[in-house]
Design a protein around this ligand. Structure first.
Ligand code: PBG
Length: 320
């Protein structure tokens, strides 16, 4: 390779056309998933619009607008009218997500519908499974997660995404789906999900903060990357069809490591805290939101994610 002055890397930076020609990473709406929260009543969130809540009726309108903007895929989260110790609203065929799925399936047939499978939005204690004393009982929780996944698929979900971090949940969900004749429905596993401080705004929006303790007994320690690879390997062995790393921006190295180690499709979750942090800085006039958001999403793709779940998906559709 020749060096300066023969080589001048600025030559291809000179015009927007030349820069576009050599751009290595591009954002396409096809790769983005918009999270939507559904509850008994709709209300707007003025500061963090994507964390507002929809009713079954308004989620259909929102999906209509998203489709017109070119967004093809959503992931649904439910906030039930009432919570209990077993999170029964999660696997109730009359639950809020199940109602939303049936309405969307019928009225927005072209849309791809993913669901988050977890109990934390549905339990009175806010933990991601059923309790045995103060501990989340792994194996008891698996049965309820499997019931939730089957109930989502029967209501119209195209794929289910378990986010609870119980050991063995992918195998349990796969077996339950297959038993009910849903062997063609994929599982998107939140494989490397860290116990992160960046989920704060989501927990407020979904009213799912744990009533005591924290999630460090089941979500991963942010200090670990080899363990993330083990989680991914186990999930693939159990039948996961797509892997996910979460959060995204604090874990770009994990996304890269998973991309290099496995050939399965890989998603990354650009979580609520990543979104809120930038929204807050933009509101203060400290950063340009659009530029900083596009740079963040590009970095997540560059690190190796095929799919990005992001609260900016709707705004991105207008920006692209
Ligand atoms: C449910 C779940 C959470 C998120 C996605 N699924 C919250 C949590 O684990 O506490 C976080 C998403 C976000 O912060 O945007 N377990």
């Amino acid at each position: 390779m020749s060096s300066f002055p023969v080589t001048r890397l600025r030559r291809f930076r000179r015009t927007s056309g030349l820069r576009g020609l050599v751009r290595e990473t591009r954002l396409s709406l096809d790769d983005f998933v918009m999270p939507l929260f559904v509850g008994p009543e709709a209300f707007a969130n003025d500061e963090l619009p994507a964390l507002g809540r929809h009713s079954v009726e308004s989620v259909v309108e929102e999906a209509d607008e998203l489709q017109r903007l070119g967004v093809q895929t959503v992931i649904l989260f439910g906030i039930p009218a009432e919570k209990d110790a077993e999170g029964s609203g999660a696997y109730d065929d009359d639950g809020v997500v199940q109602h939303a799925l049936r309405a969307l399936r019928e009225r927005r047939p072209g849309m791809t519908l993913l669901t988050d499978v977890c109990l934390c939005e549905y339990t009175s204690h806010g933990h991601c499974g059923v309790l045995h004393g103060d501990d989340v009982d792994n194996d008891e929780t698996l049965k309820l997660l499997a019931r939730t996944a089957v109930s989502h698929v029967e209501a119209g979900a195209d794929a289910v995404a378990p986010s609870d971090m119980m050991d063995g949940r992918v195998a349990a969900i796969r077996a339950a789906l297959d038993d009910e004749g849903h062997e063609s429905t994929p599982i998107l596993a939140y494989s490397a999900k860290y116990a992160s401080a960046f989920y704060g705004p989501f927990r407020e929006a979904a009213e799912s903060a744990p009533a005591f303790g924290d999630r460090r007994g089941y979500q991963m320690d942010p200090a670990n990357v080899r363990e993330a690879l083990r989680e991914c390997e186990l999930d693939l062995e159990e039948g996961a069809d797509m892997l996910m790393v979460k959060p995204a921006l604090p874990c770009l190295d994990v996304i890269r490591a998973v991309r290099e180690e496995f050939d399965a499709p890989l998603a990354a979750y650009n979580v609520s805290g990543e979104y809120a942090m930038l929204k807050a800085a933009a509101a203060k006039g400290w950063m340009d939101e659009r530029q900083a958001a596009v740079e963040s999403l590009t970095a997540i793709k560059r690190a190796g994610a095929d799919v990005v779940v992001s609260y900016w998906t709707k705004e991105l559709a207008r920006w692209l």
